[in-house]
Design a protein around this ligand. Structure first.
Ligand SMILES: C[S@@+](CC[C@H](N)C(=O)[O-])C[C@H]1O[C@@H](n2cnc3c(N)ncnc32)[C@H](O)[C@@H]1O
Length: 247
């Protein structure tokens, strides 16, 4: 998948994104609201605003960054979507002005940065824009490499009378990259939704945070603050400035 760019995922998926991922945990909005402490919030990879819009409605001033014009067009078409300032660009750059009490990146979007270097750069840029008492929240999956056989995996993600959806993935354990296609088959034809990511374990994320002068404050297994354990499939990790960097 050599022509995959930072906006490929969003440009392809924008038309179906809200139908596929309609559900979102209200508890996420409550936790983000609490962590924002009434200050400014910035979402990296804001997309169609599934979480940013309810957070904005809860009284928090939300801004966003995204690389996909098509995803942002969906955000703009929703009530309140035109009131959220969005910078178009790479989330690794965090190209914004000033500081935020909350910076957050949801549903594995951090893994859209495809190299360790890009991911470390993102942490460093986040640290520069994080208020001294601010929180950086990363929601992501815990890698499960048992899914792959000979570094490949095909699963049936959804099926109805009129369509079937497969996920086909390839895994490169050296670069920690997964290259995948979500494939939708209907009688009208085939649609392909490509995605590439670089997964990291929570421990690598914590090291990246330390390189940026941040430290782990909380790690939950979900948005209801369930304890993170060996059985957790996802995590919500909250970082704050380390001792030395408090202003
Ligand atoms: C899985 S969606 C998540 C959208 C939203 N945060 C949500 O929870 O529904 C990932 C979003 O990140 C954006 N994105 C992916 N790679 C990016 C990059 N390198 N820089 C900026 N945005 C990126 C995509 O365009 C898409 O809108």
């Amino acid at each position: 998948m050599d022509n995959y760019r930072e906006d490929t995922y969003g440009e392809r998926i924008a038309g179906v994104y809200d139908d596929w991922y309609r559900e979102y945990d209200d508890a996420a909005v409550a936790v983000l609201h609490e962590l924002a402490q009434g200050g400014r919030a910035l979402e990296l990879g804001i997309g169609t605003g599934r979480v940013a819009l309810p957070l904005q409605r809860s009284g928090i001033a939300v801004e966003g960054i995204d690389s996909s014009e098509a995803m942002i067009a969906r955000l703009r078409s929703k009530p309140g979507g035109d009131k959220i300032p969005v910078g178009m660009g790479d989330l690794a750059d965090v190209a914004v002005e000033g500081q935020y009490t909350l910076i957050f990146v949801l549903v594995n979007t951090f893994f859209a940065l495809l190299t360790q270097e890009e991911q470390v750069r993102c942490f460093r840029n986040v640290a520069q824009h994080l208020h001294p008492r601010g929180s950086f929240v990363v929601e992501a999956f815990v890698p499960d490499l048992s899914r792959f056989t000979r570094r490949q995996c095909v699963t049936v993600a959804d099926m109805s009378e009129d369509e079937v959806q497969f996920d086909a993935s390839r895994h490169d354990p050296v670069s920690q990259q997964i290259t995948a296609q979500q494939i939708v088959l209907t009688e009208q034809g085939i649609r392909l939704y490509p995605v590439k990511l670089r997964y990291v374990w929570p421990s690598e994320l914590d090291l990246m945070a330390r390189l940026a002068g941040l430290q782990l404050k909380h790690r939950w297994g979900d948005w209801r603050k369930a304890p993170f354990s060996a059985d957790s499939r996802t995590h919500v990790s909250v970082y704050e400035h380390g001792q030395q960097s408090h202003g």
